[in-house]
Design a protein around this ligand. Structure first.
Ligand SMILES: [Zn+2]
Length: 211
């Protein structure tokens, strides 16, 4: 799907960026403003973290996000909660239905353990590079959300990355509930199904103000 076929959200567009395959991206998003992430070609994992824009020590916390609704999947209505259990962002729309909260990001180190080899890039290094631009150190990188990555969990606890359910043009919308620094890595992983059969592909990030 070409980017011109996807209608823009209503409101004042602040940023509209196609993030190349394997690249990171970040933005400061004011409370009340919105972020849309579009999986342009389908089955492309987007590794995502958010931080209190004024204090990176308050940041996305997977366990707090999971335990309040009692569900490991992200979907419409899910509130991303911080280390202090405060709402950081709310998912207001989701055309995919399955997003991972438990598998974290790829790194050279874990891929060496899992596969005995690595990709040319990895999400851990992408996060480190992108956060450094905002003066945030690697100690603040925690287990992240993987939008458009599907990790089903079986009754005995078995879990693995399987083919994502996202189709070309699927998207999630998030409303900032505080001023946040949002950071993503357009996942470079080519050694498992995180990026589908086609491998890493571009995604699109739109920030807008709904007024
Ligand atoms: Zn990755």
């Amino acid at each position: 799907m070409s980017t011109s076929e996807i209608p823009l959200p209503r409101g004042r567009i602040i940023e509209d960026t196609v993030v190349p395959a394997r690249a990171p991206w970040s933005a400061r998003i004011a409370r009340g403003d919105m972020l849309r992430l579009i999986d342009l070609e389908g089955q492309q994992a987007i590794d995502f973290l958010c931080f209190n824009a004024d204090d990176p020590a308050e940041r996305y916390n997977a366990a707090n996000t999971i335990k309040v609704p009692g569900n490991i999947f992200i979907g419409e209505g899910t509130v991303l909660r911080s280390t202090l259990a405060r709402p950081m962002m709310t998912v207001t729309a989701d055309s995919c239905g399955r997003h991972d909260t438990i598998f974290g990001c790829c790194s050279f180190e874990i891929d060496e353990v899992r596969y005995g080899k690595t990709n040319p890039e990895c999400c851990q290094r992408n996060f480190e590079r992108e956060l450094a631009r905002h003066g945030v150190g690697p100690e603040h990188i925690v287990p992240n959300i993987n939008f458009f990555m599907y990790v089903p969990v079986g009754p005995d606890g078995e879990a693995e990355i399987v083919d994502a359910l996202s189709k070309p043009g699927d998207h999630v919308d998030l409303r900032a509930e505080m001023d946040v620094l949002a950071v993503l890595s357009n996942c470079p992983e080519a050694l498992n199904p995180a990026t589908g059969d086609q491998g890493p592909t571009p995604i699109r990030a739109i920030v807008w103000s709904p007024e």
